[in-house]
Design a protein around this ligand. Structure first.
Ligand SMILES: [Zn+2]
Length: 455
C-alpha cells in the first residue's frame, strides 16, 4: 500500500546491523571482544587483540552475537530491559555511523528500503556537527540568560559551523545520489524517495550545551533547504532530561519567536511509570505543545497520565498537532502495546496521527510492520490506513501549501479537483508547492493501488 512518508526515523538507528558490519569489514574496522563495539581502522593495527570486522562477517556465531548487541532482537518482555538494550545498541556501531564518509551509504540504504515499501518521502533525524557545537558552547559564559547566550554564540563561531553544516548536508545529498546511481541507467529504487533532515538536539546534557545545539539547529534549518525542521532526542527519563524538561521547553519557546519559520517536532511523553514518577508523566506533552509550540509530538504514549488529558487531546485536535505513533518502538523500549497504547484514544479525540518506524534497524522492523500492527491490534480499516498515509504528508515539514482544503481529505483545492487529466492550473499549483507535489503523487499511487488491489 502507498504509505506517503515516514516522519519519525533516526538515520543511525534506521540502518540494520548487517549493513553496518558489511561496511565495517570493507573499511577495515575492528571490534572489541567483550563489548563488541566498533573501533576505528586507524586504532586497529595498534592492538592485536581486537577482532577484525572482516572476520566477523565470515563467522556465523560471532555475526549473530554482534546482531544481538547492535539491535533489540534478543529483548523479550520489553519494559526496562528493552530501554537499556536499545540505547546501548547505538554504542556498538557509533564509531562508523558518526563518520560523514559512510552517511551517503546509510541514507541510500534507508531510501531503498523506503522505496520497497511504497514510501515516497522521509524526514530523517540526524546530528550535524554535534561535537563542534558542544565545544563552542563551552567557550561562552553561561549565566542563564538566553538572550546573552544567543548573541555570544552567534558572535563566536556559530555562523561558520552553520555554513560548514550546510555544505556537509549538500555533500551528503550528492553522496547519496552517487551511491544510488541516480540519473544513470542503473538507478536504484531509492532515487524516487525524497529525503529531508531534522536536526537533532540531545536532551540529556547541561543547559548551555542543549541551548547551543538548539540555536545551531534553528540556524541550520534556516540556512539549509535540506533541513526541514528540528527535533529533541535522547532518553526522556535521563535525570538531566527530567530536571530540565520545562527549561528546555522555554528555550524552544524563546527561539521559536526568533525563528518562526522553522518547524518543531518533539519526542514527548515517551515514558512509563517504570521510567519516571507520575509527576513527570503529567506535563511533558502539554508543555511541548503549549510552551515549545511543537507541531508534531513523537510517541505521546503517556497522554493518559497528563493532567486534564482529555482537555489536552481536545487542544491538540484543535491546534492540529500530529502524534507520530511508533508501535514497535513503544512495545520494545517502553513495554507498552495493545490496549495499553493510546492509539485509539487519539483516534477517538480526533487528534491527527501518522505511523512511524523510529529506528527500523535497531528495532528490527519497518513502516509496513507498523501498518500491519495497526490493523491486527486496533482493527483499523483501509480508510483509516489511507488517512494515516495522507496525514504523513499533510503534516510533513515540506514547504508549500497543501493539496487539500482540510485534513478531512474531502476535497482537493479547486485547481486540482480532477485527478486525471491534470489541469494546467493544478500543474502551476504543484510547481509552487513541494508538499502538494508529494501529495499529488500519493493520490496517483493510491488511485492505482485501489484499481489493482481493491477491484
Ligand atoms: Zn525517536
Amino acid at each position: 500500500m502507498p504509505k506517503g512518508a515516514d516522519l519519525h526515523s533516526h538515520l543511525s538507528g534506521a540502518v540494520f546491523a548487517e549493513e553496518y558490519l558489511q561496511w565495517a569489514a570493507e573499511d577495515g574496522y575492528c571490534l572489541e571482544h567483550q563489548s563488541l563495539r566498533l573501533i576505528a581502522p586507524e586504532q586497529c593495527s595498534r592492538n592485536s587483540s581486537l577482532l577484525p570486522a572482516a572476520r566477523v562477517v565470515q563467522d556465523g556465531k560471532l555475526y549473530g552475537q554482534v546482531l544481538d548487541q547492535w539491535s533489540t532482537r534478543d529483548v523479550s518482555g520489553g519494559g526496562h530491559a528493552g530501554h537499556d538494550d536499545f540505547f546501548e545498541a547505538f554504542a556498538g556501531f557509533s564509531a562508523l555511523s558518526r563518520q560523514p564518509s559512510r552517511q551517503g551509504s546509510m541514507v541510500a540504504a534507508v531510501a531503498n528500503r523506503a522505496a520497497a515499501q511504497s514510501i515516497r518521502y522521509l524526514e530523517l533525524m540526524i546530528t550535524v556537527n554535534g561535537d563542534p557545537v558542544r565545544t563552542l558552547s563551552r567557550t561562552i559564559p553561561w549565566t542563564g540568560s538566553l538572550e546573552a547566550a544567543h548573541s555570544a554564540l552567534l558572535a563566536r563561531g556559530m555562523p561558520s559551523l552553520v555554513s560548514e553544516g550546510r555544505q556537509q548536508l549538500e555533500a551528503l545529498s550528492r553522496a547519496t545520489q552517487k551511491t544510488l546511481g541516480c540519473g544513470s541507467a542503473s538507478a536504484q529504487p531509492g532515487c524516487s524517495v525524497t529525503v529531508r533532515f531534522l536536526q537533532q538536539t540531545r536532551r540529556n546534557q547541561q543547559p548551555q550545551d542543549v541551548f547551543a545545539q538548539f540555536v545551531y539547529a534553528f540556524e541550520l534549518a534556516h540556512a539549509s533547504e535540506q533541513v526541514a525542521g528540528i527535533n529533541l532526542v535522547g532518553p526522556e527519563d535521563h535525570p538531566l532530561s527530567l530536571r530540565d524538561y520545562t527549561l528546555q521547553m522555554h528555550m524552544l519557546g524563546w527561539l521559536r519567536q526568533r525563528y518562526p519559520a522553522v518547524p518543531i517536532a518533539l519526542h514527548a511523553g515517551e515514558l512509563t511509570l517504570n521510567l519516571a514518577p507520575p509527576e513527570q508523566l503529567a506535563f511533558h506533552i502539554r508543555e511541548a505543545v503549549e510552551i515549545a509550540g511543537a507541531r508534531r509530538i513523537g510517541h505521546g504514549v503517556a497522554i493518559s497520565f497528563e493532567r486534564h488529558a482529555a482537555q489536552l487531546m481536545t487542544l491538540m485536535a484543535r491546534l492540529r498537532v500530529l502524534v507520530e505513533l511508533c508501535l514497535t518502538s513503544n512495545e520494545v523500549i517502553l513495554g507498552v502495546k495493545e490496549t495499553d497504547h493510546p492509539l485509539l484514544d487519539y483516534k477517538a479525540a480526533n487528534v491527527p496521527t501518522a505511523l512511524a518506524s523510529d529506528d527500523e534497524g535497531v528495532l528490527r522492523t519497518d513502516l509496513t510492520e507498523q501498518f500491519l500492527l495497526a490493523v491486527r491490534r486496533y482493527r483499523l480499516d483501509y480508510r483509516a490506513l489511507k488517512r494515516l498515509a495522507r496525514n504523513s504528508l499533510e503534516y510533513s515539514f515540506l514547504p508549500g501549501p497543501s493539496l487539500w482544503e482540510s485534513d478531512a481529505y474531502q476535497a482537493r483545492i479547486t485547481a486540482c479537483r480532477s485527478l486525471q487529466p491534470i489541469s494546467s492550473a493544478c500543474k502551476g499549483y504543484l510547481a509552487s508547492s513541494a508538499k502538494a507535489r508529494q501529495q499529488w503523487q500519493l493520490e496517483l499511487e493510491l488511485h492505482q493501488f485501489e484499481q489493482q488491489a481493491l477491484p
